[in-house]
Design a binder for this molecule. Structure first.
Ligand code: ADP
Ligand code: MG
Length: 248
């Protein structure tokens, strides 16, 4: 199963991605977690103290693999050894990779680094046998069709609020254009009395609700103690267990 997690900044993507990865690994699944958000904080949600260096920092490797003469780039650079060489294994056996950031101009940079990362995502989505969980940014424009067709589920995390729902709408539209077949929403930081409003808005957008996460003080505690949410436990971790159960 290949799951991409997206949504507006601060809605809880990384919390969900990291916790889900750990819980699936505890169930005995082979899990690869990919930090594809320029924010790069998935490692802490996984409980990994020494995250791998972002791939975009391996400039020589990228130039060697994806570079061409005169500033050209190769569309299909070799990437089949990248997970093995640059991934780290964290608690519960979750493997993780950090993509890093590519300077993107206007309509998207066509450069070796961008080509390398696209090829890598294509590779993990189609060639990895493990569960792959991708912690993404809100913009999914840079995902090539070749990758999106391999994503089984695009999870949009939303919190009550117009901007977050606008982001969900944009992701749904763009993702559909890019060939993603299945969308689901996780509603986060929501009060009982607001769930109905958010759910009906998501219903209008045609995005089914996969789960609802309450506001949970345990996450503040985890953050302050520098521990992964799954290690602290609490309402959100319990709710994510419920979400995991629906993914089988
Ligand atoms: N349900 C929740 N209750 C309380 N705090 C939360 C909840 N979900 C996320 N947070 C906190 O909100 C902040 C942003 O969450 P994060 O998962 O990093 O969002 P994103 O990856 O979408 O930017 C973090 O400090 C996280 O601990
Ligand atoms: Mg994040």
């Amino acid at each position: 199963m290949k799951i991409a997690i997206t949504g507006k900044g601060g809605v809880g993507k990384t919390t969900l991605a990291g916790t889900l990865a750990r819980l699936m690994a505890r169930d005995g699944m082979d899990v690869l977690a990919i930090d594809a958000d320029p924010d790069m904080n998935l490692a802490s949600a996984l409980g990994i103290e020494n995250p791998p260096q972002p791939l975009t920092e391996y400039k020589e490797l990228i130039d060697e693999r994806a570079g061409g003469p005169d500033g050209m780039f190769k569309l299909n650079p070799k990437v089949d050894d990248v997970v093995e060489r640059f991934g780290v294994v964290g608690p519960d056996g979750v493997r993780m990779l950090v993509m890093g950031t590519v300077e993107r101009g206007g309509s998207g940079c066509m450069c070796p680094a961008s080509s390398f990362l696209r090829a890598l995502l294509r590779h993990v989505v189609f060639k990895e046998s493990s569960v792959v969980i991708m912690d993404m940014e809100a913009g999914i424009e840079h995902l090539g069709r070749g990758t999106t067709r391999g994503i089984d589920l695009m999870v949009v995390v939303v919190e009550p609020g117009a901007r977050s729902l606008e982001t969900a709408e944009r992701i749904k539209r763009l993702g559909t254009e890019l060939g993603i077949g299945t969308f689901a929403a996780v509603v986060n930081k929501v009060r009982e009395e607001d769930i109905g409003v958010v759910e009906s808005r998501l219903d209008e957008l045609g995005i089914p609700v996969l789960g609802v996460l309450p506001y949970d003080i345990s996450l503040v505690k985890a953050d302050l103690e520098g521990r992964a949410p799954v290690e602290v436990g609490g309402l959100v971790v319990e709710a994510i267990k419920g979400i995991k159960g629906k993914l089988r």
